[in-house]
Design a binder for this molecule. Structure first.
Ligand SMILES: Nc1nc2c(ncn2[C@@H]2O[C@H](COP(=O)(O)OP(=O)(O)OP(=O)(O)O)[C@@H](O)[C@H]2O)c(=O)[nH]1
Ligand SMILES: [Mg+2]
Length: 249
């Protein structure tokens, strides 16, 4: 059982997720990929200690579906969640990273899918690539209305640069302080069990009310979960174990 703070770091390929991990940790623990071809392909866990608090930073891959995916694609979501389900007990915060100059409808549909999966978990929007702004926060003032119109909304936002070059070192430090300050505001928020989040998500998918061995098979085959994790979820879902499956919709 871990009582650490679990932060899911998500966003489109190349927006700066690994850089945000390093920004929070204050040192290079995640590999930053300058090449779009060599992106982070597996959900990876990093740990940082911030003000005597252990924070697990999960750089999560997936959610990269086409803009209007078919029901089947949505159902077999390409998210690599197995390692999180196997290891973490709670999900406390989502950091949704997006590149300031490239917020598109694809960004919005990805954010929507993430909110659907991590229902009720706070989502902090992390706007990256803002080193050229005189005041990074100005980007938010200039773009908030546009984002709201697009439906790109979170429970908070922070404007940063993840670029570690000397020229922008002051902005980088400013970004780190802003991000840490935001993170400190969240631990007291409601945390959610990762299993409940995922099972509720499945239950919201149409016609999904499997249980027992059948559910275990689906979890292993479609969601690529290992046997132990799949069994754990089946037990959480089981009504005889005080579970809550199927949910009322
Ligand atoms: N100018 C600028 N470049 C950035 C910023 N953040 C990241 N980058 C650069 O963008 C590229 C991708 O950064 P990553 O942190 O690896 O992005 P990522 O989202 O983890 O990428 P994948 O894991 O491959 O999806 C690297 O060349 C980074 O140096 C930023 O705030 N400003
Ligand atoms: Mg990465």
């Amino acid at each position: 059982m871990s009582d650490a703070f679990n932060v899911m770091i998500m966003g489109e390929t190349g927006v700066g997720k690994s850089s945000v991990v390093n920004l929070i940790a204050g040192k290079p623990i995640a590999e930053v990929n300058p090449d779009i071809e060599s992106n982070t392909t597996k959900t990876t866990k990093y740990s940082a200690h911030i003000n005597s608090m252990t924070v697990h930073l999960w750089e999560m891959t997936g959610f990269n579906l086409p803009e209007n995916p078919g029901a089947k694609e949505v159902f077999a979501l390409d998210v690599d969640l197995g390692s999180v389900l196997a290891d973490a007990t709670t999900v406390d915060l989502v950091l949704f990273c997006m590149r300031g100059s490239k917020v598109t409808r694809t960004t919005k549909s990805m954010l929507d899918r993430i909110k659907n999966m991590f229902d009720q978990v706070p989502v902090l929007l992390v706007i990256t690539h803002l080193e050229r702004q005189k005041l990074m926060e100005d980007w938010w003032n200039d773009n908030e209305a546009r984002l709201t119109n697009m439906g790109v909304e979170g429970t908070g936002h922070v404007c940063v640069t993840g670029l570690t070059v000397k020229k922008w070192s002051e902005k980088y430090e400013e970004s780190r302080q802003a991000l840490l300050m935001k993170l400190e505001q969240y631990p007291s928020c409601q945390t959610r069990s990762i299993e409940t989040c995922f099972l509720e998500y499945l239950s919201r998918m149409q016609n999904f009310n499997q249980r027992g061995k059948k559910l275990e098979k689906t979890l292993r085959e479609r969601y690529k979960l290992d046997k132990t994790t799949a069994e754990k979820l089946v037990n959480v879902a089981a009504p005889e174990a005080g579970g809550f499956w199927p949910f009322n919709r």
